[in-house]
Write a protein that binds this ligand. Structure first.
Ligand SMILES: CCCCCCCCCCCCCC(=O)CSCCNC(=O)CCNC(=O)[C@H](O)C(C)(C)COP(=O)(O)OP(=O)(O)OC[C@H]1O[C@@H](n2cnc3c(N)ncnc32)[C@H](O)[C@@H]1OP(=O)(O)O
Ligand SMILES: CN(C)Cc1n[nH]c2ccc(-c3ccc(F)cc3OCCn3ccnc3)cc12
Length: 392
């Protein structure tokens, strides 16, 4: 805002800070599509030492290079105590949804050593914004090696993924970040629910509460051995049509939400070992599916701790409650996560999550996750309760 210059973002079709509060602009695309013949045909120039590489995520070797780059150089928390450690199977899941483009998995190598030093990705998604379903690119995994930071490489990466998205006649994007950029369409807070409080305190993720002993803390977060909702079970392939109907109906209440079809529900929500867990509640009598709950697995490396190297974290994903109270549904997810030896269960305060966070003993995190749309203006920022989109 004041004095804050965004030399790159000021050139982009995104809401600008200087226009904040000006509601005279219509909601919708900021720039019209250009003719495909007018989209730049060759890649943007990189500094001389570097070259573009289109990453084949199916290749074990390429996937390993991406995994290692992210493991050592991706997002850390504000105190640099943890760094996301997306697994290879998670990356393959996240980057190969129905209709994905290999050309949107973009790497930068050092010409001489062939070392992968930067990465950015897009995957196609139909996102509804109020009443408009827009095909967008969900942009993610932007990463520049720690040794190459602050050289203005990120703008080149962003322009290149934009160019390749334009070549597929797609003109909007959605992305999230912990940093404030021009201009968030919504801002969420993240919350954490301890499952293994002793480890969380040992690694410095949590602190022992005032007037609390360790044994009192362990007791506070204790969960039942098994889930409590009758008819609560893992999702299976034959459930895809019913879960799609249930989820589409539920997500229709939010201003921004994915427009999932059965293929996308199959990809994003069928359980995948070590990647995504999903459950539903089917009425024992009618077998009607009335509720749904899911979380994904995203460990964080613990930086500089002698006893532990990894924090096993679950992240609340998409949930639907029509009969079982959301509180009880998510509590069953906590119970399953504890059974699977997760250390912590994370959630954003979007959708209807703030109705249960405190009651289920989630504590507020220290940072925010900002949501952005590229080349699509909203007249006002949305409260998180109107957001129905979870990006990985
Ligand atoms: C129609 C299709 C459109 C498709 C594209 C849509 C847009 C997609 C946008 C991408 C969405 C990604 C979503 C996503 O992946 C989820 S957010 C996670 C981003 N990754 C990390 O935080 C990993 C660790 N950090 C790094 O690797 C580097 O610090 C990065 C690469 C972040 C910046 O590298 P650097 O060496 O530290 O910085 P310079 O190269 O010198 O560049 C500085 C410029 O980059 C702007 N910047 C910094 N962080 C950003 C971020 N997270 N998004 C967007 N812009 C970001 C910054 O404001 C400045 O521009 P300004 O001068 O205007 O302020
Ligand atoms: C969303 N996706 C784009 C990854 C991403 N990028 N930037 C981020 C900033 C915060 C969160 C986040 C989202 C939900 C949550 F419960 C906790 C979070 O971060 C905790 C702090 N932290 C950062 C790294 N290790 C721990 C994700 C992201």
């Amino acid at each position: 805002a004041l004095g804050h210059r965004h030399k790159f973002w000021e050139t982009q079709p995104v809401g600008q800070f200087k226009d904040m509060g000006d509601t005279s602009f219509p909601e919708g695309p900021i720039e019209p599509p250009t003719l495909l013949s007018e989209v730049k045909k060759e890649p943007y120039n990189l500094p001389n030492l570097y070259e573009w590489v289109t990453c084949d995520i199916d290749s074990e070797e390429m996937c390993a290079e991406i995994y290692i780059l992210l493991t050592n150089n991706y997002v850390e928390d504000d105190e640099n105590m943890f760094r996301f450690n997306y697994s290879k199977e998670f990356l393959r899941w996240a980057l190969r949804p129905p209709g994905y483009f290999k050309s949107w998995h973009i790497g930068v190598r050092v010409k001489s050593s062939k070392k992968l030093v930067a990465f950015i990705t897009g995957v196609p998604a139909r996102i509804r914004v109020r009443d408009n379903v827009v095909t967008m690119a969900e942009v993610n995994f932007l990463c520049v090696h720690k040794k190459l930071r602050s050289k203005r490489l990120a703008p080149v990466m962003i322009k290149e993924v934009t160019r390749r998205v334009h070549l597929e006649n797609i003109w909007q994007a959605a992305y999230t970040a912990g940093v404030v950029l021009p201009t968030p369409v919504s801002t969420c807070q993240y919350w954490h629910r301890s499952l293994n409080p002793k480890k969380l305190i040992d690694v410095g993720f949590s602190r022992l509460g005032a007037r609390m002993t360790m044994s009192r803390t362990i007791k506070l977060y204790k969960l039942p051995e098994s889930t409590v909702t009758p008819g609560f079970r893992k999702m299976e392939p034959h459930d895809v049509p019913a879960v799609t109907r249930l989820l589409r109906e539920y997500l229709s209440q939010f201003a921004i939400a994915p427009d999932f079809d059965e293929n996308e529900v199959e990809h994003w929500l069928l359980p995948k070992e070590n990647v995504v867990d999903s459950f539903l509640v089917a009425s024992p009598v009618t077998h009607e599916i009335t509720d749904f709950c899911s979380f994904y697995t995203l460990p964080s490396s613990i930086l500089g701790n002698q006893n532990y190297s990894t924090l096993k974290a679950a992240y609340l994903y998409y949930n639907v409650s029509t009969k079982t109270p959301l509180f009880q549904l998510v509590n069953d997810a906590l119970i399953v996560a504890k059974q699977k030896d997760f250390d912590v269960f994370n959630a954003l305060d979007l959708m209807q999550n703030e109705t249960f966070l405190k009651d289920l003993k989630f504590g507020p995190g220290y940072g925010k996750l900002h949501y952005y749309l590229y080349n699509y203006r909203l007249r006002h920022a949305l409260p998180p309760s109107e957001l129905g989109l979870v990006l990985l």
